[in-house]
Design a protein around this ligand. Sequence first.
Ligand code: MEV
Length: 319
Amino acid sequence: MAMWSAPGKIILFGEHAVVFGEPALALAIDLRVSSGLQVSDRYTVNGHTMRRKYHAYISAALDEAWEGPPLKMNTDSNIPSGSGLGSSAAVTVSSVAAMLAERNRFDHGDVATKSFNVERRVQGRASPIDTSTSTHGHGVLVSPEKGDRHIWTISSGPQDWHAHHCEVRGLEFVVGYTGIHASTGPLVDSVRSLVESDGEAKRMIRRIGEISMEGVEAVRNADKVRIGSLMDENHRLLCALGVGHPVLDEFVEACKGRCYGSKLTGAGGGGSMIALTDDADGVCRAVSSAGGTPIVVKVGCDGVRLDRDRRVHGRPRKR
Ligand code: MEV
């Protein structure tokens, strides 16, 4: 069975604000999901009968990208689910890619668009940052303006999100995984309610958008000190918008002095934080002593691709 694999991601700047059309920057990481399919006489996922309730993303991917007989789907993942590291985007992107390839219609822009549609169907309000990053890999800037190194535009109603390639080099991150699962949809809704009723929250969303653009410049210049201070500011703003969690704050606090900066990543409310560091061992120890699971991640990895191997790349490198 040919397996298509797609990476998870960390959002370096701009989560939540991107849903309102502000810029955001995400980086593909070396944790992946792989998916393969075979025509069959009934729909199954890893040997179990496919059910919309348990296989929401794959079922929605079939609606978006498949025309044909029932399928036997196989998936394999080394991204903890509900960790804020993009496991649902990677399941979606790898499944959509496998389905389009089976129909001889594989195209990166199409995978990104269809995968975004899947996330929106399942989650409700969403931006294309996770699915575009999982499709393209490397770093992806999503912004309301079209600029250099544009890769595709994804539209939803009046909203246009322009995705751009962003090169990332020489940055080392440690993820601190809380083990606390939080659903993205309700967190996105809670930020929307706040923004609709509170002018200060609106200003915070705009400031996060500015941070993303300043962050892109800092990433281009590999200016770790600047990236770190923007991460700290972005974290404070996300907490003020109500998507922090006391355990994330404990990890952020524990890493201070060992990293350039740290912040929650993804939807928040649990999930994971990230720290930019030259001392991965020290940060891993700090996260562990605070009760978290540290995972050292490489960034700027390949987007969706055809893998010959059945399995992905072992388990995450926990320390
Ligand atoms: C989740 O990884 C990122 C959010 O901004 C939601 C989205 O962009 O769809 C919280």
